[in-house]
Write a protein of this length. Structure first.
Length: 299
């Protein structure tokens, strides 16, 4: 209806535009990944401080981690906006679609990243701040540029993805062997998780110019083999908490059941490299991780 006949129309448009922009800024921070980063950081702190969780420290840890993770995610989207525009599953993101501008992403990402680091420095400690800064650096300076250059980027990208529980451990004021064990569990979990996702969207990644292993591996044999090998490494890493005294026999039983089930999905995918099998492996991975971490924190 013409706005001259409906004076309320401009107000209605403005009212609906604001929530839309808010949703776009939230999307810019990759909320799903940010929540996972915050949860794994909290788990790392809970495991390290099993006998005495300081709830205020935990709150500052989660708050600072959410800001720094969301800021890094926004800057990552900024760096990949032209590549995202080529892919079906990412072309409707706020930047490639044009709903948000480049400068908005620069300011949003920079302010959140810096704000998160300041929050961690003031509310937690400098060690945790340093680990968070290393996470942002490895994600934006190492992993993101390598995504268009080599299939080995998956292994590099698993480093910042595995640092959040180390960040949580650092919130206690020190880093011990247990932090390395948590790092290894998250590191090896990410590899079959991402290989499954990349196989599901291999044509999309090819259009985007990302030379991931599933893009280069026409038959999928190497992809399937790597999925099995990395899941086996994850099963071994998941048993280290028992050997180090971080967890008891009840944890070992749960870890073996979860690991064996996850491995079964990886083997099935390796035997038949279809999108359906890759999808099952992907969803098995996102089921495995929270259950595994919960067992580690509680048992």
């Amino acid at each position: 209806m013409n706005s001259t006949l409906n004076p309320a129309a401009p107000t209605d448009v403005a009212a609906t535009a604001a929530p839309g922009r808010l949703a776009d800024f939230i999307a810019l921070g990759k909320p799903g990944i940010t929540v996972m980063v915050a949860v794994t950081a909290a788990i790392g702190y809970a495991v390290a401080a099993r006998n005495g969780v300081d709830w205020m420290t935990l709150a500052h840890l989660v708050g600072g981690t959410v800001l720094s993770s969301a800021g890094a995610a926004a800057l990552n989207m900024l760096m990949e906006r032209r590549l995202d525009a080529r892919m079906e599953r990412t072309r409707n993101r706020p930047l490639p679609s044009g709903r948000l501008g480049t400068m908005e992403a620069v300011l949003f990402g920079s302010l959140l990243s810096a704000g998160g680091l300041v929050w961690l420095a003031l509310g937690v400690n400098l060690l945790a701040t340093a680990v968070s800064a290393a996470t942002i650096f490895s994600y934006l300076v190492l992993y993101t540029p390598l995504k268009t250059r080599t299939s080995l980027c998956t292994f590099v990208g698993a480093v910042p993805g595995a640092l959040p529980p180390v960040l949580g451990w650092a919130a206690t004021g020190s880093l011990e062997g247990g932090a390395l064990i948590l790092f290894l569990i998250l590191f090896f979990w990410q590899l079959p998780h991402f290989l499954a996702l990349a196989w599901m969207y291999r044509e999309d990644y090819a259009r985007g110019g990302f030379p991931m292993l599933p893009v280069l591996d026409e038959t999928g044999a190497s992809t399937g083999r790597q999925a099995v090998l990395q899941t086996l490494a994850l099963v071994v890493a998941s048993l280290l908490p028992l050997l180090s005294g971080m967890a008891g026999e009840a944890y070992m039983a749960v870890a073996l059941v979860l690991g064996t089930g996850f491995l079964g999905f990886a083997v099935a995918f390796a035997a038949e490299r279809t999108r359906a099998r890759a999808s099952r492996l992907f969803f098995a991975s996102i089921t495995y991780l929270p259950l595994q971490l919960a067992a580690l924190a509680l048992l």
